[in-house]
Design a protein around this ligand. Structure first.
Ligand code: ADP
Length: 421
């Protein structure tokens, strides 16, 4: 079966966010970590998302990586292409959203696409072309001070126009609110005016679903994960997908571990909650720096624990402790050392029969996934908003949950394992 939706995401957690949205709408979804070098069997996936790290790369690199991802997706015969970026339209006047979009349009031989970062459930709404974060204009929100992509103009028609060669227009709230036919009319109107890009307003989930319906004939759609909400139903309306079904994953049986390298508040709360309930082992960065073989020690400790109970291995510490460690070792060195140790521990645990892993921390997840040489994940049911269980595809079969540091409720670590079959 060919893939209906081929998506290119400009960062890893953005890809997971999109995957989570599609799975919640009953679409079977696989997330690939980078463009696969060899062939990957995506099984019965209806959507495949390639996660890149192209948000803040130099424009030429972002374009190159996105075109390589597109080539791979085209080789799989995908029906429609989705370019996913952040719901706050994170970009500079140089790009990367605009140049990537126009490169994809050229490669897909299309002269028209839409741009809709709106995600009302997360407070991102787009009205008359102006993007709001909660009740603030984008340019008055925290995004104005972003270290890499400060957003100082809230008018996305202007923002996108500065990044692209072809004209940008607006399908405004009045048209969007009138439903899918009016939105399609809006697309036709803009095309007749010679516009190549349509910023599309949306303030509600229903708006997004209607935009999805109106976009069925567009080879390329660009936006945040919100606008993907309407795509599974749009495919269903064409008879291309079955009815909504809960997505299950095949979770391999084996021992269970939590590996936490995030020092975020939510993760520290989750560790405090889990510590009274499961055996735990702390990795001290200063001991690592002293040359102690904490990887071997942790693995020996893990082997001696009750195999029926999950274990917790963590480096997470309070801000004051982290500050002291960083003062002694340097921020980057401390981070890299801990990430390296946690990656090696993950490899050792898997070698010793662990098959179900929860990992806390964005960078930590990256380190673990690359140490385990995992290149593809089939996305399963949600544990908490933004964090699904996944099943690894390829040689090493694992159930894996990759949690961004600040995500998840206090009981996240404990309840996650209860959700597996
Ligand atoms: P989050 O998603 O919360 O940002 P990350 O894993 O992305 O979590 O980042 C946490 C960073 O802090 C990682 O680089 C990790 O190696 C580092 N780190 C973890 N524990 C400590 C510690 N005790 N002291 C200093 N740095 C640490």
């Amino acid at each position: 079966m060919s893939i209906l939706l081929g998506a290119i995401a400009d960062d890893f957690t953005g890809a997971t966010d999109l995957a989570n949205t599609l799975v919640n709408e009953g679409m079977r979804t696989v997330q690939l970590i980078g463009v696969p070098e060899s062939d990957v069997d995506t099984g019965d996936a209806e959507a495949v998302i390639i996660a890149l790290k192209s948000r803040t790369e130099p424009v030429a690199d972002a374009v190159k990586a996105s075109l390589a991802a597109l080539d791979w997706l085209k080789s799989k015969g995908v029906k429609q292409v989705f370019s996913k970026y952040c719901s706050t339209f994170d970009s500079t006047d140089e790009g990367n959203i605009g140049p990537v979009t126009e490169a994809l349009m050229d490669a897909l031989k299309t002269d028209f696409t839409i741009a809709c970062p709106a995600f009302p459930a997360n407070g991102r709404t787009l009205f008359n072309g102006y993007l709001f974060v909660g009740d603030q204009l984008l340019s008055e929100s925290g995004m104005k001070d972003h270290p890499l992509t400060p957003m100082i103009d809230s008018n996305l028609v202007r923002v996108l126009q500065r990044q692209v060669a072809k004209p940008v227009g607006l399908v405004s709230f009045t048209e969007v609110e009138a439903g899918p036919d009016a939105i399609s009319d809006g697309f036709r109107r803009l095309r007749s005016e010679g516009k190549a890009h349509a910023i599309v307003d949306a303030v509600s989930e229903q708006n997004l679903r209607h935009i999805g319906q109106a976009s069925r004939d567009l080879p390329l759609i660009t936006g945040g994960s919100g606008v993907a909400l309407g795509l599974p139903d749009m495919f269903r309306d064409q008879g291309l997908m079955g009815s909504t079904a809960d997505i299950e994953i095949a979770a391999p049986t084996g021992r269970q571990a939590i590996i936490a390298g995030s020092c975020s508040e939510a993760t520290r709360g989750q560790i405090a909650f889990a510590k009274g309930r499961v055996p735990s082992y702390m990795i001290d960065p200063l001991a690592l720096a002293d040359g102690k073989d904490l990887v071997a020690n942790a693995l020996t400790w893990a082997a001696s624990q009750d195999p029926d109970v999950p274990i917790l291995i963590y480096s997470s510490a309070d801000p004051e402790v982290v500050r002291q460690v960083q003062e002694k070792l340097g921020r980057e060195k401390a981070g890299a050392m801990v990430e390296n140790a946690l990656g090696l521990i993950a490899v050792g645990l898997v070698a010793n029969g662990f098959r179900r892993l929860v990992v806390a921390g964005g960078e930590t997840s990256g380190a673990v996934v690359s140490a385990l040489r995992i290149s593809a994940l089939r996305i399963g049911p949600q544990i908490d908003p933004g964090v699904p269980w996944t099943e690894t595809l390829g040689a090493t079969k694992l159930a894996l949950a990759l949690k961004s540091g600040n995500f998840g409720a206090e009981d996240f670590f404990i309840k996650s394992f209860d959700l597996l079959p």
